[in-house]
Ligand binder design. Structure first.
Ligand code: ATP
Length: 768
């Protein structure tokens, strides 16, 4: 541990630029220059915002009725609304840095790129994701990357409040007066600041090891592993923003999916990307990944493990085959028909089933093949009965008669209900509900753990991968819908064709308009593409469309707390990423006991073999060294060689433990009163069984599945605390936690940690 050498919070020199503080002439000049720049930048943003707002209004006002005008209008509205939203979102702390190059050029760095309103569209503010901005994050005195100086700029609204300079050219004697000798004042201030219950972005202070992960190539699978507080989540979110910027065409169109462990976590991280001006992202828990199903139910840990286990895939596949039935041999089904009863025996059904299975199509798509064979066989039976020559000659019926008979069989309600009985059309929901009512092809003990009577209990997150698996096995016979959609498309093509012809006729008119540099519609587009574009323009954003489409292939998928996902969940996610463009973020030491696959190799082997990148983040930015030392003892009790990530800070405040006597909730209430911060947040992390008792003693504090993390005091179960952080944490009755849950709970605080207990403490926490 490096705690001895670490600066203490508050011990770093700060350069607060306030009224009344004496500044040297040089400092005043520097400050004036930055203030002047920030003013100019905001004036430009105001102008852009005004133009965008006006543009949205203009674009919404119809200027023409043609297809071209409509298309352009829709595109303009979308573009300008997006620009407006981005400008509004990034307004706070728009510019946060400046790099001065050795050749005298300087660039200001910010959340988005802004250009001057001049003919050359000179860059005014460089987007943090642009290659030019990279030295801001990577340059060191050892490798200055062409930089003389790096400046961090802190603003409040439009006022510059702090400047921190780092000299990167060690031969440069020039000083501004704002030098930060340690180079980490801004980082430490960010880490020590009060929490709000919502994660903030780290764009001002991304560290070099994090920058490399954020900007790694998008193809393939990247595993980001690291202990608590190493910034895995922050890095993953900034990576999403980077990929959307770098590959706007490729990735924004297909959207980015971010999968997190629960709704509270998603609301915790939900503001990071909008603050970076990015909205093309779908945030979802596992329970939300099957459109139309909101998985609100809960499972026992055992049921979660069984439902998530790899053998479920095979069991479901076999269970689907069981729904393709045959009559008992020797007990044929009799089908009433106007021309006399028909007999459907084992042989006929067997051959039809074989032919349908040979297509290798999913159940519902193979069903028409089964039906066709059955109808064919029954028609042959009828033909034989009606047209047979009693004297053994050829059948009296001609092809037209036979076709007529076939039609009669094909539309017979009786025939249809027999086919439905032998090979029913199934929805994933009815199939999985049926399977859970009577689980087969798994050991009886496992079946007992997941058995659920039809209609009993809600869908659970662990059911979602089963529903998705079932949807794959069953397929959806959407031929009727597709035929209808194609008919609509053809109409649209015909309409577009008409528009293009009109547009050709008005060619001179289009080009007479000197102001307009736009090409006429027919120069750039044919009718089919125009029809397609109209369809695209009609639609929702990529993220919204993706949310509603089970078969959507995402541009990139980020999985947080990836160590928690089951083999069945991985199958689901990999279907959503046919190109295997994924970032997986996790910490095996924080895996819940019953969850997970075990190792990244095991998770990924079925999908990409050993072709994945693996990086480790090694610095803990959240938990002070004093708290981390205690948390590490919990894991060392099981694995003496365990090494936690090194904390970047120490606070001098030791974590404390307090025994309560009988009135545990009373002791918790007293500790909460002591710890409740005037600013920031406090979490009480306690076994769920104690929540009611504890909540009764805490004013205005409730427990529940979706806690409001923005409240000053929050009561959570250990699993709910995963991925979150608070200024202060009170852990209650740690003997009721599993090892990894306890490790998670102990590593959530950025400042202070207290432990209150009535029972004996776990061995690792004793003696404090
Ligand atoms: N470069 C940075 N600059 C400022 N803050 C940072 C930086 N890196 C990480 N942090 C902060 O450290 C805290 C922990 O980050 P994060 O939640 O991403 O860690 P994690 O590795 O996902 O942790 P866990 O596994 O415990 O959930 C957050 O408050 C984050 O904003």
């Amino acid at each position: 541990m490096r705690s001895q050498k670490k600066p203490r919070i508050g011990a770093t020199k700060k350069y607060h630029i306030q009224q009344g503080v004496m500044l040297s002439t040089r400092e005043s000049a520097e400050l004036h220059e930055e203030q002047e720049f920030i003013g100019r930048l905001h004036d430009r943003v105001d102008a852009l915002r005004g133009a965008a707002a006006e543009g949205v209004e203009d674009a919404m006002t119809p200027v023409g009725t043609g297809m071209q005008a409509r298309l352009e209008r829709e595109v303009l509205v979308a573009e300008r609304s997006g620009l407006l939203a981005a400008l509004d979102a990034v307004d706070g702390s728009l510019c946060f840095g400046r790099i001065d190059l050795s050749d005298g050029v300087a660039h200001h760095i910010g959340r988005i790129g802004i250009r001057e309103d001049d003919p050359a569209r000179t860059p005014l503010l460089i987007d943090w994701r642009a290659p030019v901005a990279r030295p801001f994050y990577l340059a060191t005195g050892h490798t200055p990357m062409g930089l003389r100086r790096r400046r961090h700029i802190t603003t409040e609204g439009r006022r510059v409040t702090e400047l921190h300079d780092e000299i990167l050219d060690l031969g440069d004697r020039e000083r501004t007066g704002f030098e930060d000798p340690s180079g980490d004042a801004v980082l430490l201030a960010a880490l020590g600041s009060a929490r709000t219950g919502r994660m903030g972005d780290i764009v001002r202070t991304i560290q070099a090891e994090q920058d490399r992960v954020i900007r790694a190539p998008h193809q393939g699978v990247l595993v980001v592993e690291g202990g608590p507080g190493t910034g895995k989540t922050a890095v993953a979110l900034h990576r999403a923003a980077f990929l959307l910027y770098e590959h706007r065409e490729l990735i924004a169109k297909r959207a980015v999916l971010i999968v997190g462990p629960d709704p509270a976590f998603l609301s915790y991280i939900g503001e990071v990307l909008p603050a970076l001006g990015e909205t093309g992202v779908l945030l979802a828990t596992q329970g939300e990944l099957f459109p139309g199903v909101r998985a609100r139910g809960t499972d026992t840990p055992r049921a979660v493990a069984v439902k998530g286990g790899a053998p479920m895939a095979e069991a479901l596949a076999l269970a689907v085959r069981d729904r393709q039935r045959l009559p008992e041999p020797g007990a044929p089904l009799v089908v009433a028909h106007d021309d006399g009863d028909l007999v459907l025996d084992w042989e006929i059904a067997y051959e039809a089933r074989q032919a349908a299975r040979d297509t290798r199509l999913p159940h519902n798509l193979a069903r028409p093949h089964f039906a066709f064979r059955i109808i064919d066989a029954l028609t042959a039976q009828l033909t034989e009965r009606i047209g047979a020559d009693p004297y053994g000659g050829p059948n009296f019926l001609g092809p037209d008669d036979i076709a007529q008979l076939g039609k009669g069989v094909a539309v017979s309600g009786e025939v249809h209900s027999v086919i439905a009985e032998l090979w029913p059309e199934l929805t994933p929901e009815e199939f999985v509900a049926g399977y859970l009512a009577d689980p087969v092809y798994i050991p009886e003990a496992d079946a007992r753990a997941i058995r659920r009577a039809p209609g009993e209990g809600a869908w659970t997150p662990a059911d979602v991968p089963l529903l998705d698996e079932a949807a794959e096995l069953l397929g959806r016979d959407d031929s009727a819908e597709r035929a209808a959609a194609e008919a609509v498309r053809q109409e649209r093509v015909a309409y577009a064709q008409g528009v293009l012809e009109l547009s050709r006729g008005s060619e001179t008119y289009e080009f007479e308009d000197e102001e307009s540099e736009r090409l006429a519609a027919h120069d750039i587009i044919d009718a089919e593409r125009m029809a397609d574009r109209q369809e695209e323009a009609d639609h929702r954003s990529a993220a919204e469309r993706a949310a509603a489409d089970r078969t959507w292939a995402f541009g990139h998928i980020i999985v947080d707390e990836a160590q928690e996902l089951s083999p069945m969940a991985w199958r689901l996610l990999m279907r959503r990423s046919p190109t295997r463009s994924l970032t997986l973020v996790g910490d095996p030491a924080q895996t819940s006991e019953e969850a997970g696959v075990g190792s990244w190799e095991k998770i990924l082997e079925p999908y990409v073999g050993d072709r994945f990148e693996h990086v480790r983040l090694k610095v803990n930015y959240r938990t002070p060294a004093e708290i981390m030392e205690l948390a590490a003892r919990v894991l060392r009790a099981e694995d003496p060689s365990f090494e936690p990530p090194g904390s970047v800070r120490s606070t001098g405040e030791m974590p404390w433990t307090r025994r309560s006597g009988d009135d545990l909730a009373g002791a918790v209430a007293r500790a909460v009163a002591e710890l409740t911060p005037t600013e920031g947040r406090l979490a009480v992390i306690a076994p769920s069984a104690l929540h009611e008792e504890i909540a009764a003693q805490l004013d205005g504090v409730t427990a529940g599945a979706e806690p409001d993390l923005t409240r000053t005091v929050v009561l959570l179960g250990p699993r709910q605390a995963k991925g979150l952080e608070f200024d202060h944490v009170l852990v209650v009755e740690p003997s009721g936690f599993g090892t990894s849950d306890l490790y998670v709970a102990l590593t959530r605080a950025t400042r202070r940690l207290g432990i209150v207990h009535r029972e004996e403490l776990p061995e690792a926490l004793r003696g404090r």
